[in-house]
Design a protein around this ligand. Structure first.
Ligand SMILES: [Zn+2]
Length: 407
């Protein structure tokens, strides 16, 4: 009977927001630990825990070195999770660039207040920062040209909005799901191959799309359904004339050949016939390696799916570094409560023992600034949550400062 009821409640086996807040997403060993601690009478001990990434995922660009930095996302969710717990929380804000081994967050309070929330704390940070980091690396590869998240189909639908938000924090210019309107972004997308296949004629399909859509929807024709990309791009231009905003190439793998040459050829033929304003939009199996090459060849914008939404999670770990004011940590972790400073010029981080004076940047000779924002005091939220466009701007401004992004 119990099983039957659970099945009814969970049509899609999704954990609700309330259950996450109640701490139901928890590895059982934390609960067993708490029970054991209570027996020892130590569960209320004041501890300091910190969160840092052990390493970062590998780039898709040869020689496939691990990324040197990632983009932090999921902090707002962690703060909301911890709201009401008797803890103080210090963190880099969402949209901060971080490196492995840099403690991005510090939590202070009785262990029993947050120990069993570790699973969900890390879940938010690892998953969402993985997506934001991948988005940022693709955005750089595109040379700043528009990158749209097309990948929500690669994730469980229950987390689609969280994933879309993280992709935008990482620098994506938009996303394809209609719920992104809640984040202040217009969903982006035009037509799948199914439209042309079912219409049986691509020109008929593009014309009908043009007639059916409101003015503000850009006319971007998918031009690789039945014929060659060049042939269909010209057909689309002839059909929609100056109403055509762009052509989308979503060339299947089996037909791909030299995609850079195809892009150059389509550009040439469109330009030759006076369609210089028609943009070339690319999608289908893209990653930072292919996007860099296609941007160079003249593609104007990119729809990227799996590489962003299916990104590897960041392997953040949480470690206790202080117990009742005494510095203590496991092997491999530096003990003691720490502060984090950052150079306002070169964005380098410096880790110091908590309470130490602001260090001076070796490279720039300027005083570093405190990098943590105090977000919770005894469970009370001290910050206003920022809109996603502002978080995205934080990410992009750091990339510009580091010279990784020009525009
Ligand atoms: Zn510096």
């Amino acid at each position: 009977m119990g099983c039957f009821l659970i099945t009814l409640q969970r049509k899609f086996y999704v954990v609700t927001e309330e259950e996450i807040k109640e701490g139901k997403v928890v590895d059982v060993y934390f609960l067993r630990t708490l029970k054991t601690m209570k027996r020892l009478g130590i569960s209320k001990k004041e501890v300091v825990a910190e969160i840092a990434a052990r390493s970062l995922p590998k780039s898709r660009i040869p020689p496939h070195e691990p990324w040197k930095w990632g983009v932090l996302a999921g902090v707002e969710e962690v703060v909301k999770l911890m709201e009401g717990k008797k803890v103080d929380l210090y963190s880099l804000p969402d949209g901060s660039l971080f490196h492995p081994k840099i403690p991005i967050m510090r939590i202070e309070g009785p262990y029993e207040e947050f120990g069993a929330l570790e699973t969900s704390i890390l879940g938010f940070l690892c998953s969402l920062s993985g997506v934001a980091s991948a988005a940022a690396h693709v955005k750089i590869a595109a040379g700043g040209k528009p990158v749209i998240n097309f990948g929500i189909r690669r994730n469980h639908p229950a987390i689609s909005l969280a994933i879309e938000r993280a992709s935008i924090i990482g620098g994506c210019d938009g996303s394809s799901g209609i719920l992104v309107e809640e984040l202040g972004f217009k969903p982006v997308g035009t037509m799948p191959h199914a439209l042309m296949v079912i219409a049986g004629d691509q020109v008929k399909a593009w014309r009908a799309f043009d007639e059916a859509m409101p003015k503000e929807v850009p006319r971007i024709a998918l031009v690789d359904t039945f014929f060659d990309e060049k042939a269909e791009a010209l057909m689309a231009a002839e059909a929609l004339k100056d109403r055509l905003a762009g052509v989308r190439l979503d060339t299947p793998r089996s037909r791909r050949g030299d995609m850079e040459e195809i892009i150059r050829e389509v550009r040439w033929e469109l330009d030759l016939r006076g369609y210089k304003d028609v943009k070339i939009f690319l999608s289908g199996g893209l990653d930072e390696y292919s996007v860099a090459r296609y941007a160079e060849a003249g593609a104007d914008a990119f729809g990227v799916g799996t590489r962003i939404t299916g990104a590897n999670p960041i392997d953040f770990g949480m470690d206790v570094v202080e117990v009742e004011g005494k510095s203590i940590a496991k092997r491999g972790i530096c003990s003691g409560s720490k502060d984090l400073f950052r150079c306002p010029e070169c964005l380098t981080y410096s880790i110091t023992p908590k309470g130490a004076q602001a260090p001076v940047c070796d490279r720039c000779g300027v005083e570093m600034k405190p990098a943590y924002v105090k977000m919770l005091e005894k469970g009370k939220v001290l910050v206003d949550f920022e809109v996603v466009s502002k978080l995205r701007e934080r990410t992009l401004s750091q990339l510009r400062k580091l010279g990784l992004l020009k525009s």
